[in-house]
Write a protein that binds this ligand. Structure first.
Ligand code: C2E
Ligand code: MG
Ligand code: MG
Ligand code: MG
Length: 284
């Protein structure tokens, strides 16, 4: 029996685990190790505003930089990090690193750009969220006005009262809020208005077939029109073709993210977007 065997149980159990359990187990250990060793890196994807025809921000996107396997995309480890709670320390590292990088760019003379950081549902629900965010802003010197937090619709659905308080606290600090992957959840637009959200990011799923699928086109057009009435910005995710861009412009969408504009870039490549040669002495 498991309890009676004490320490040996562990060995016994692992030898009987199926492949999937085993995979998660080793992934969990490797993730914990990676966090200790700081084997993570942030890439930055420029966000474009058609209104002033320029980069209006950057989304920080984490990659696991594994010495053995190279860069591992977030979808392969974020869900596990959420499940085992590791997303809390990892998410804190991500926020701190994004703020630190933003300040470094400003010191290098780049225009002060808004940085968007993804917040997982579990992070959003965590008790000390507000003081954690506040602490990082103070520690890095980052201006709250330059920070946007991206949350998914499902994060908002747990406890409406508590959510409302948290979102207010964040926006009162000067942070802006975006709803990520919008259209895949169940939130109503009036609800979002109440939640003091400023931007909806239309999920890539709707953008992908925009030009061929009448339903997707109708959904996108409706989101943009209603959001605009409520004073919310809409940003389309995953814009890859000129045809998609044109279709989005036709329905009034003005902000874009996607490979048509730029893929996510390592921090060192961001400066070249502004045609400003990096001063090598700026590097630590
Ligand atoms: P997301 O927040 O919706 O981020 C946008 C994703 O779409 C990114 O994938 C980006 O590389 C990808 N993308 C942007 N434009 C295009 C395009 O034109 N074509 C295609 N095919 N893809 C495009 P990525 O970096 O793999 O991130 C995937 C998801 O992982 C993110 O979706 C987000 O949910 C999560 N994630 C990434 N970084 C973080 C993080 O720092 N914290 C948390 N909690 N989640 C993160
Ligand atoms: Mg996002
Ligand atoms: Mg998204
Ligand atoms: Mg998405």
């Amino acid at each position: 029996h498991a309890k009676e065997n004490g320490r040996n149980t562990f060995q016994l159990f692992t030898s009987q685990m199926n492949d999937e359990t085993n995979r998660i187990f080793t992934l969990e250990q490797r993730l914990r190790h990676a966090l200790e060793q700081k084997h993570f890196v942030l890439y930055y994807q420029p966000l474009f505003d058609h209104g002033n025809d320029s980069v209006c921000g950057m989304e920080a996107l984490v990659r696991w930089n594994d010495p053995e396997h190279g860069l591992i995309p977030p979808q392969e480890f974020i869900p596990v990090a959420e499940e085992i709670g590791l997303i809390l320390p990892l998410g804190e590292w991500i926020l701190r690193e994004a703020c630190r990088q933003s300040m470094a760019w400003q010191k290098q003379g780049l225009p002060a750009l808004r940085i968007s950081v993804n917040l997982s549902a579990r992070q959003f629900r965590q008790k000390g969220l507000i003081s954690m965010v506040q602490g990082i802003l103070e520690e890095t010197g980052m201006s709250a006005n330059l920070l946007e937090l991206e949350i998914t619709e499902s994060s908002l659905m747990h406890d409406a009262d508590e959510t409302l308080v948290k979102l207010r606290q964040l926006t009162e600090m000067g942070i802006t809020l975006a709803i990520d992957d919008f259209g895949t959840g169940y939130s109503s637009l009036s609800y979002l208005k109440k939640f003091s959200v400023s931007r909806l990011k239309i999920d890539r799923d709707f953008v992908r077939d925009l030009c061929d699928d009448q339903d997707d086109a109708a959904i996108v057009s409706t989101i943009v029109a209603m959001a605009s009435h409520l004073g919310l910005h809409t940003m389309a995710e995953g814009v890859e073709t000129d045809a998609q861009l044109q279709a989005l412009l036709d329905v009034g969408c003005r902000q874009f993210q996607g490979n048509l504009f730029s893929q996510p870039l390592p921090a060192a490549e961001v400066a070249s977007l502004f045609d400003k040669p990096l001063n090598p002495s700026d590097h630590p």
